[in-house]
Design a protein around this ligand. Structure first.
Ligand SMILES: [Zn+2]
Length: 190
């Protein structure tokens, strides 16, 4: 199924629109890309206000929040101390150690097989997503660029980096980026 974006007018697959039960076919009328740039502009324009608001929320609800944490802490106290006791009372017997080793080994192999299956099944979409990150200069890609150059990452720095990349980028550069972009490298860094 496809839909025409009410903002940019592009016809896109329905998956390119955010989920919203109140809209026809359960999806928004404005595409994700448009929504993303709108959110970005909004954030830039209201940054200070938003920060103030969340600080105010925290200050006003400080007591409620800490009570909630205390309750959670009390509730999970027994569980935590039981776990700690097991850890403290080591070293375990040979039987327990052997069981633990076997469990870990099996678990690791299972997880690896799962990852392989997932990658095989979603390979195309993963590659596509990663290319989109580069093309649309998504946060994930831009922050990886910052990190790679040893810079800190913040919304402002991401914005600035994006601007500079945009200016520098030509079709030729984009091609190079696509070739050199390594998904595995990015995943291990984040
Ligand atoms: Zn759009």
């Amino acid at each position: 199924m496809e839909r025409e974006c009410k903002k940019c007018g592009e016809v896109k697959a329905i998956e390119g629109f955010m989920k919203n039960k109140q809209c026809k076919h359960g999806r928004e009328y404005v595409c994700k890309e448009c929504e993303r740039s709108r959110a970005k502009l909004y954030y830039q324009a209201h940054k200070e206000d938003l920060k103030r608001k969340s600080l105010r929320y925290y200050t006003r609800n400080k007591n409620i929040i800490s009570v909630r944490w205390k309750k959670y802490y009390e509730k999970t106290k027994k569980e935590r101390s039981a776990k700690q006791k097991i850890l403290r009372n080591g070293p375990w017997g040979e039987k327990e150690r052997e069981r633990d080793r076997t469990y870990r080994k099996n678990h690791r192999e299972k997880k690896r097989a799962q990852d392989r299956r997932y990658y095989g099944k979603h390979r195309d979409i993963l590659i596509l997503k990663q290319r989109e990150d580069v093309i649309y200069l998504r946060d994930r890609y831009v922050s990886a660029l910052l990190r790679e150059a040893g810079n800190p990452v913040s919304p402002e720095l991401i914005e600035g980096k994006r601007e500079s990349v945009l200016h520098r980028r030509e079709l030729k550069n984009l091609k190079e980026d696509l070739k050199s972009w390594d998904y595995g490298k990015m995943k291990s860094k984040s």
